[in-house]
Write a protein that binds this ligand. Structure first.
Ligand code: TXA
Ligand code: MG
Length: 341
């Protein structure tokens, strides 16, 4: 049985105690973070972690992120960080940032999918923070969505996917950022972005002077990669999807109009609503407001997909700042069907 807790207005202390006990007892709990919802389990409990893979239908070579409440939680789970790793953590934690570090034996191998590293993240969301702190254990948690589906950014979107398969779902309202954390690993002394997010390459460069973006973030890949998540189908609606982008706004509008078929739904800029001759148009935000787009994009992909259109066309954005993360997700949503002119 799944219990739903409504903490949209406030964290309820008596319920917080109940949910912490569920986690300590090895049960699964869905909770909000500032990026997306997570499906969490006691990271020290191998059987609990195993249930996450089952509930999500996740490949067991794809490792989970371990969530902590405070820096003092790190010592039990990872080897000491280098000066550069520490500088990155000081700058971006708590927040939408995951750092890959060498793990200690306390963390079972199924959390790291057999790797000798784990991703560590300290969420800034007050509910996530309170829960991890109250449970007094690190929480292994991937995004709360069935494997391959868009990440959950509100409870209504994921309730049916997990009802009956988790002990509790905490409703904290819509997540603020809407796409998952920036994943970084320091490789040969260079912070390397394995998955782009709200913390941008420029943000990282400002702190430590260097940054690299892994070449796989826009490429379809099946071989050996720095981050196993890069290999998997992601965020994909069931309808046929196309992503289009041009630096020239008029060209972008023309590209969308050119590729319409009957019963196409277009997801794009509010400013383009009256210029695209499609069956239905959904605005993901306004031009120049990437944070509106990241906030709404996964909800929109789910909403649009439920209507089973003949085709979905999504307008792309410049691969810059938060736009880099948005395009990384959209290219995967479109199963690499991407036109840029
Ligand atoms: O914002 C987020 O990061 C959310 C919230 C819930 O914290 N979590 C999340 O987890 O997006 P998940 O499991 O959906 O994505 C984790 C990504 C995957 O692409 C995985 O391959 C990568 O991080 N990853 C995890 N551990 C890793 C490791 N040790 N080395 C390289 N990549 C790792
Ligand atoms: Mg995920």
């Amino acid at each position: 049985m799944t219990t739903l807790y409504d903490w949209k207005k406030t964290i309820k202390q008596a319920e917080l105690d109940q949910v912490s006990e569920l986690l300590q007892a090895g049960k699964l709990v869905i909770f909000p973070t500032e990026t997306v919802y997570g499906i969490g389990a006691n990271a020290y409990n191998k059987n609990a972690v195993e249930q996450i893979f089952t509930a999500k239908g996740r490949a067991n070579d794809n490792p989970l992120i371990v969530h902590i409440a405070d820096f003092s939680d790190l010592e039990a789970i990872t080897e000491p960080a280098t000066a550069m790793e520490q500088a990155l953590m000081d700058a971006f934690m708590p927040g939408p940032f995951t750092l890959i570090l060498k793990k200690k034996a306390m963390i079972p191998d199924n959390v790291s999918a057999g790797l000798d590293t784990i991703g560590v993240r300290m969420p800034a969301n007050p509910i996530a923070h309170a829960l991890i702190q109250a449970a007094k254990i690190p929480i292994a948690a991937p995004s709360a969505n069935l494997s391959g589906r868009p990440s959950g950014t509100r409870v209504a979107d994921i309730y049916d996917e997990f009802d009956g398969n988790v002990a509790a779902i905490i409703d904290g309202g819509d997540t603020e950022i809407g796409i998952e954390s920036t994943v970084v690993k320091v490789i040969d002394g260079i912070p390397t972005i394995l998955r782009p997010g709200k913390v941008t390459p420029m943000d990282i460069k400002e702190v430590v002077g260097v940054v690299k973006i892994d070449e796989h973030i826009f490429k379809k890949t099946e071989g050996i990669v720095a981050s196993p998540g890069m290999k998997y189908k992601h965020y994909a609606p069931q309808s046929n999807c196309l992503l289009v982008y041009s630096d020239d706004e008029e060209m972008q509008i023309a590209l969308v109009n050119e590729h319409l078929v009957p019963n196409t739904i277009v997801i794009g800029f509010e400013e383009h609503r009256n210029r695209i001759r499609c069956h239905q148009f959904y605005a993901y935000g306004h031009k120049g407001h990437e944070e509106e787009i990241s906030h709404s994009i996964f909800q929109l992909l789910r909403q649009v997909d439920q209507q089973h259109p003949a085709k979905i066309i999504i307008e792309g954005v410049k691969k810059e700042g938060l736009g880099l993360a948005i395009m990384n997700r959209l290219i995967r949503a479109a199963s690499y069907q991407y036109i840029e002119k």
